[in-house]
Design a binder for this molecule. Sequence first.
Ligand code: MN
Ligand code: MN
Length: 315
Amino acid sequence: MSPIDHPQPLSGNQMPRSGGIASMMRLPVYESAAGLDACFVGVPFDLGTSNRTGTRFGPRQIRAESVLLRPYNVATRKAPFERLRVADIGDVAINPYNLHDSIARIEAKYDDILRHGAKPVTLGGDHTIALPILRALAKQHGPVGLVHVDAHADINDTMFGEKIAHGTPFRRAVEEGLIDPARTVQIGLRGTGYAADEFDWGRQQGFTVIEAHECWHHSLAPLMRELRPKLSAGPLYVSFDIDSLDPAYAPGTGTPEIGGLTVPQALEIIRGLDGLDIIGGDVVEVSPPYDPQGTTALVAANIAFEILCILPGVG
Ligand code: MN
Ligand code: MN
């Protein structure tokens, strides 16, 4: 495997990490996913947010913090850039004046990525973007399994009367047959709701719902082992809302909720999916205007890398 076959992150010993172009992990930037096994792609979109905006700046800030990441995952011994051809393919040109045109543009971009046979690892963007991504994936795979890590269930029927918003994508995904409810797992849900049975619609569809308080104070490695038989039955998508984490670790997000997951628990969730048929993933809801220290974007960059490390073929 030559470096030409396999694009490599620019080393901090060739160019200081404070210098150079801040692509994701300092990878080469490609025009498209042609010739790639996996790609990082940004979706600078926040037209679906309900409270604080700002996730349109998420991809850029995640890339900026990602310059610290080195190419090897020492704890898991994963070497994704030795095994896969990976590059940053830039951002989807969303329409900042039109939500519906934007999600059509997102779907078209993911159709193109999938046509090239590449697996997308997405930097969001608010959680609305999971809907057009799943629409593209389901065209290729049929209904997919889903690991959805979030403080919120994102299963509202409507928000302010609208069907498409950052709190509705997984209701639409069920209705449209994009995900298999029996292979859908939601982890980290919590907070106040409009009704006490707020999370039960998903359970009624067949989702496995693990609320945050069930995760407090212990390792999630046993949970992931328990979920494995269910998740291993087919293609699986990972959608990671950064607000699943406690605001102590990820304050820079639009709808923060107290009592969230820890960073080690997030790593246990992602690493616990290793060996399954992962077809892509996203990290969404990073809002840089509320992230003055950059910690939220730093966590997000690392989560995106961890998702890359569990793609099939990394070994
Ligand atoms: Mn969400
Ligand atoms: Mn959320």
